[in-house]
Every structure is written in C-alpha cells, then in structure tokens.
Ligand binder design. Structure first.
Ligand SMILES: C[S@@+](CC[C@H](N)C(=O)[O-])C[C@H]1O[C@@H](n2cnc3c(N)ncnc32)[C@H](O)[C@@H]1O
Length: 219
C-alpha cells in the first residue's frame, strides 16, 4: 500500500486519537497556549504518552528536558517520574512564565525546576552541578541544529539504564529527512548516527509523528 500524504495525516490523527488520552488539564493546555500567543509546536498527546511511558521505565530519579515551551511534554515526563524531579530548560521568558502556571495547574510544580536561558550554557552549568551518571531521562526538543552539542554535554550525565529521547530526528514543519542539505537535517543525522554507533548505548528512531530517537545506556 502506497503511503500518500493523506494516508500519513490520517495515520498521525489515528495514533493521537487512539493513544493520546489526556486529563482535563492537558486537554485544555494547547488552547490556552494558543490564546496566550505561544507557537503550536508542542508534541502531540500520543508522543506525550510515549514520553511518560518511557520515563516510567527508568529509575526515575532525575530528568532533563531541553525546550519547555508551554510545559505540555514536561507534564507528561514529570508524571512518568512520580518520585523524581525534572529540570526543564527554556530561553523564552514568555514560554517559561506560561509553563510555570501550567505546572501548577497540573499539580507537578513541586517536581519541576525551570531553568531560564540558552540551552548550551545551562547544560554546561548542569554538567558541573550534577554528578556523572545521575540523569535517568533526557528529552531534546529545542534547537535541532544544536542537538549534537546538547548530546555532547548530556552524555556523561546519563545513568546506566537511563534514556535519551529526541524529537524531530526525521523532520519538522520546515524540513524532512530527504532534504539532505538542510542544517537541521544535517545536525539530527549527526545525532542519529552518533547514537547508533555509540558502543555504550542501544538506539533506534521510530517514525512517530516527526521522528523520535530513543537511546538507552547499557547496564
Ligand atoms: C518545540 S518547542 C518545545 C515543545 C515542548 N517540548 C512540548 O512538546 O511541549 C521548542 C522550545 O525550545 C525553546 N528553545 C529553542 N531554542 C532554544 C535554546 N537554544 N535554548 C533554550 N530554549 C530553546 C523555544 O523557545 C521553544 O519554547
């Protein structure tokens, strides 16, 4: 069966409708974010559920998210780390302020620390602050061109059995993986291949929505 654009759109909607059951707070978050003028670029609820599921399979002590936006993915992740905490990084104050209110509303504010600023210096500071091998779950969803640099800073922090998940490793609204000269494609390809070849990690990318890389540090 040929995969047409219409069939792909139907497939994505089907997955979101089937697996994206959310509570009242998460259901209303997208509309509140749009009304507040935030861009409509959060993960979909089926991806949120996968982040929650994956986070809950780890030791669950500490997560790091790069790219908070309105807090949608952060709430899913925090709920997957019920006894742990999540540090989420956002450089845009408007997004950060909105997200903090959503964390309160979702009842996860006590678990989440939002660090404001550009991801690279914040990750560099976390590298000095946290002990190596203490992060159980990391999610990349900020500047795709910076993904390899995020990973270079995060890799020493990932615990044995810990997971890295990165969104948009196959494309986004403005590029797709077959556009080999696009800077974001080049950077995500570097991340994909780096993880695929890393002897300490098992990695795979799944074509869910815009492509999710999932990698686990071997025990
Ligand atoms: C795709 S959105 C994140 C969506 C969010 N993870 C979700 O699914 O709910 C990307 C966010 O990363 C932020 N961002 C982009 N580049 C960044 C950087 N270099 N440092 C920190 N934040 C950045 C943007 O302001 C935006 O809020």
């Amino acid at each position: 069966m040929e995969m047409t654009p219409d069939r792909w759109t139907y497939t994505c909607r089907y997955l979101e409708e089937t697996f994206g059951r959310s509570d009242r707070h998460l259901l209303g978050l997208r509309d509140r974010a749009l009304a507040a003028g935030l861009p409509d670029i959060a993960v979909t609820a089926d991806v949120g559920r996968l982040l929650h599921l994956l986070a809950s399979t780890t030791a669950g002590r500490l997560g790091i998210e790069v790219g908070t936006l309105g807090g949608f993915s952060g709430i899913w992740i925090a709920r997957g780390l019920p006894r742990g905490r999540l540090i989420t990084i956002e450089r845009d104050d408007k997004h950060a302020d909105f997200a903090l209110a959503q964390f309160e509303g979702a009842g996860v504010a006590g678990q989440i620390e939002l660090r404001r600023g550009a991801a690279l210096p914040v990750l560099e500071a976390l590298g000095h602050e946290l002990s190596p091998g203490t992060v159980d779950f990391a999610f990349l969803d900020a500047d795709k061109v910076e993904y390899p640099a995020y990973w270079a800073l995060l890799r020493p922090l990932i615990a044995k059995g810990g997971l890295l998940v990165a969104d948009n490793v196959l494309g986004s609204g403005s590029w797709w993986v077959d556009q080999v000269d696009h800077p974001a494609r080049k950077a995500t390809d570097t991340l994909n291949r780096t993880l695929a070849e890393d002897p300490e990690f098992d990695a795979v990318a799944v074509p869910l929505r815009e492509g999710l890389l999932i990698a686990r540090r071997r025990d």
